[in-house]
Design a binder for this molecule. Structure first.
Ligand code: IMP
Length: 423
């Protein structure tokens, strides 16, 4: 059997959690392959809203196994709080959630380093979620990190101490005022590690490849979005992992020829949280209206998200880099009530008209060129069938499919599991 990938195509927050939850019934395994508690995957069903951070979004389905792959970074403190949240719903996660020994551990000092690094950057700050993601991946690539498998070793606390001491020296180097009580943070951390060790740690690449041989269906769940990818995103305003399709191979240990469908998720408009360029950003009432109707506040940090029109130049780039085979359009309902809608189809770049995403998309270099289309007035949130969708929305979808050359298979018209239209 093959592996299907589900990826965000913009700057994150596309609604991956909801779609994984909707698709999980078709898969035996849901696997997270990168990122960590910087993610906030929101799921809504039976009138309850759940926000998952590191745990795969298949956890609410009893029949599927959930794997945290080697490409993920885990903060035991956040993770254990997430598990406690599941206790309320009687989820038997000790049976259905397993963790790769090769995933890296976020230490309390990684979080402090993140804060010190951001504070030292002043106006150039990335707008990090401050969950210690960057410093943990730096220790991974610097070959200093602590992995989940290390927690099974008798002397892992020695390794911890030497790394934490090194981090403390680095925090001083930043020369910014960061207040913390490391004893307190460590107490919480060691308690959380104890709880985390009650879960099963595995050689996940072996587990997944055996599952593939045995015919189990696997869905790899991405976090963040393609434009936050460390290589292909709007560097340096990106996260520290490969959020694109290739990241699923390195973050799970599956070969590229095992990948079949690549589901690409995008919002019917664009949002971004944190700093960095965003060519179609709106600073007017239209943007404020999208933010209000779309409830555009970060699931992890609560920060307001920046909003703007759909950017097809950026979306085409993400479709190409990921090899997307099917698209899913989220939050179509948020665009109800606009007389006209704008879609960015090209950029004016240094005086020239271009159709590809250039190296540099800062506002001084790029001006979006828009096509204007008719909006729709109907409330979509109660619709369940493709035949109910208004003509103007179908025209919007047709336009996008033609431009992107990939079919849009799902249109989401609200946050609940049931508000999902299959085409
Ligand atoms: P970090 O990954 O927390 O260091 O954040 C780096 C950048 O990625 C910041 O601009 C964050 O706002 C953004 N970011 C990280 N995770 C997410 C996410 O899950 N959704 C949206 N933006 C994110």
């Amino acid at each position: 059997m093959a592996v299907d990938l589900l990826l965000g195509l913009q700057w994150g927050d596309e609604g991956k959690g909801k779609i994984v939850d909707v698709l999980t019934k078709d898969y035996g395994i849901i696997a997270r392959f990168q990122g960590g508690p910087n993610a906030g995957h929101t799921l809504e069903f039976d009138g309850i809203k759940h926000v998952l951070r590191t745990i795969p979004s298949g956890i609410f389905h009893k029949e599927s196994m959930n794997i945290i792959g080697n490409g993920v970074v885990i903060d035991p403190v956040v993770f254990v709080k997430e598990l406690e949240g599941l206790d309320k719903f009687g989820i038997d996660y000790k049976k259905t959630l397993i963790v790769s020994r090769k995933a890296h551990v976020i230490l309390p000092t990684h979080r402090l380093l993140d804060a010190a690094s951001e504070a030292s950057k002043g106006k150039a700050k990335i707008g990090s979620t401050l969950k210690g993601i960057g410093p943990t991946y730096m220790d991974k690539t610097g070959r200093n990190g602590i992995r989940i498998g290390d927690l099974e070793l008798a002397n892992w606390e020695e390794k911890y101490r030497s790394l934490a001491d090194k981090h403390e020296a680095m925090i001083k180097f930043y020369d910014v005022a960061i207040e913390y009580d490391l004893n307190e943070l460590e107490k919480e951390f060691f308690e959380a590690v104890k709880a985390l060790k009650e879960l099963t740690f595995i050689d996940s690449e072996e587990y997944l490849n055996t599952a593939i041989k045995n015919g189990t269906t696997i869905l790899a769940e991405g976090a963040q979005g393609s434009l936050l990818d460390i290589d292909f995103g709007t560097y340096p305003f990106v996260t520290s992992s490969n959020t694109t399709a290739a990241g699923a191979c390195t973050g799970l240990g599956i070969a590229p020829n095992k990948v079949k469908e690549v589901y690409g998720i995008f919002k019917a408009y664009t949002t971004r949280v944190g700093s960095g360029p965003f060519p179609t950003e709106l600073f007017d009432e239209t943007g404020a209206k999208m933010a209000k109707i779309g409830n555009e506040f970060g699931a992890v940090t609560g920060r307001p998200r920046r909003c703007g029109w759909l950017d097809l130049v950026a979306l085409k780039y993400a479709v190409q880099v990921n090899g997307v085979t099917q698209l899913m359009m989220m939050k179509g309902d948020v665009l109800s009530g606009f007389d006209t809608l704008k879609i960015c189809t090209q950029y004016k770049y240094k005086g020239e008209t271009i159709s590809h995403l250039p190296y540099n998309i800062e506002p001084e270099n790029v001006t979006p060129i828009y096509t204007e289309v008719k909006g729709w007035k109907e409330d979509l949130t109660g619709m369940t069938e493709a035949s109910q969708l208004p003509k103007a929305l179908n025209d919007y979808i047709d336009f996008l499919e033609k431009e992107l050359e990939v079919p849009i298979k799902i249109v989401s018209v609200g946050p609940d599991r049931t508000q999902t239209i299959h085409r």
